[in-house]
Design a protein around this ligand. Sequence first.
Ligand code: AP5
Length: 214
Amino acid sequence: MNPKILLLGPPGAGKGTQSSNLVSEFGVEHVTTGDALRANKEMDISDLGLEYDTPGEYMDRGELVPDDVVNAIVEKALTSADGFVLDGYPRNLDQAEELESMTDLDVIVSLSVSEDELVDRLTGRRVCSECGENYHVEFDQPEEAGVCDACGGELIQREDDREEAVRNRLEVFAENTEPVIEYYSDREEFVEIDGEQSLEGVWADLQATVDEVA
Ligand code: AP5
């Protein structure tokens, strides 16, 4: 059995970046609510009678997409996965309780990064419009500016990486998701890693942590 890994941390902590490494090294599946929702930004959820009619309207403002929509995505993805890295979920205590009923976890990793660094990382992030690969204008540059190394696609800025939405996402994180990290923090599977190190430094710590349960 491949390991079941939960990767927690604020927006910009490096969850997506390090999840790619975990997928290559441990053969797990990347289950990410952010990517799943981005692929369904225009989905009609008006029958739920909520504030907005599509996931995208919540996302572009940096708000959380309603639990019903997100829980269903995760449950479906986890049932078919043989080992996974779960990234972007749970983001509030209700989702954490829901996750308990779906699966158990081998390791729970929290990446910690200061707020100033998070703002720099997010506002400087660029993503490939074709394959979704992540870059940074300063910390992780492509060989040719604006062009994806992996597929040649155009690099763009995510709508929610503009400064106003970034600030809102960090507030939403402090209010909703920090309690989730606290909820897990006394579990024996819980490990905190300094996410402010270099990409390679974070990966070395993460790899060593997952190696112990793999
Ligand atoms: P989502 O896509 O999950 O965004 P997020 O959690 O805000 O995380 P990010 O993807 O922004 O950051 P990351 O930690 O993956 O960092 P990355 O590796 O890219 O969610 C988007 C939206 O979807 C939410 O706002 C919400 O609306 C909705 N949503 C998703 N899940 C939901 C849920 N469960 N419930 C309700 N709504 C939900 O790194 C960032 C940048 O930093 C990159 O440019 C990278 O190159 C650089 N970088 C990474 N590590 C380092 C390092 N060590 N040193 C220097 N630079 C680094």
